[in-house]
Design a protein. Structure first.
Length: 193
């Protein structure tokens, strides 16, 4: 489905390049959030029982009530008509990537064990921007299972500075280390042979 989302993102960007900005993408994200938070709305707009024209009408009404601009509303209506509202999250990500690349930058993923403040994210953008030789934007996520640190994926390369990965590396060292045989030496207890 990523290819389908990429196709929709590319098409809307090519048609409305000057209007596909942060507010356009934020509107898609807001609509997607509403779908995820409202089971009744999700059931009506993503379920098979609702006709295409009814999905389109409901989508129009919701988008209008939220005050979305016409290009956003029309795009959401198209997705509703074609039964593709379930792709909104992927379309949003693809649009960010296309928008970033069009301005000469690169979009990466930044996952941290705990929320990062704006200054920390900006420092990481600057550091990785210097490394990549481009402006860097991040999709920022939090994953407490990382324990501590951050993991950055940029242009297909992952830089993993998380505690979880360091513990995994230590485990590999201990698992693969040769075992020395312990023997009793008469002077001071156990020693190595």
């Amino acid at each position: 489905m990523t290819n389908v989302a990429q196709s929709y993102a590319k098409a809307v960007f090519e048609l409305h390049q000057e209007q596909v900005n942060e507010s356009f993408i934020a509107a898609l994200k807001a609509f997607d959030g509403l779908l995820k938070d409202s089971k009744p709305l999700k059931g009506v707009l993503l379920g098979p029982a609702t006709s295409s024209s009814k999905r389109q009408k409901i989508t129009h009404d919701v988008a209008e009530a939220l005050g979305f601009e016409k290009p956003v509303t029309h795009f959401l209506e198209l997705l509703a008509k074609r039964g593709r509202l379930g792709l909104l999250e992927n379309i949003e990500k693809q649009l960010k990537k296309i928008q970033c690349e069009a301005s000469g930058g690169v979009l990466g993923d930044l996952v941290s064990a705990s929320p990062l403040d704006g200054a920390e994210v900006e420092n990481l953008k600057a550091a990785f921007g210097t490394k990549a030789g481009k402006t860097v934007e991040f999709e920022v996520k939090v994953d407490p299972s990382l324990l501590a640190g951050v993991k950055v994926t940029l242009e297909g390369v992952t830089y993993d500075g998380t505690l979880r990965s360091k513990l995994r590396e230590l485990r590999e060292v201990f698992v693969n280390a040769p075992i020395q045989q312990k023997v009793f030496n008469g002077n001071n207890g156990l020693g190595t042979a």
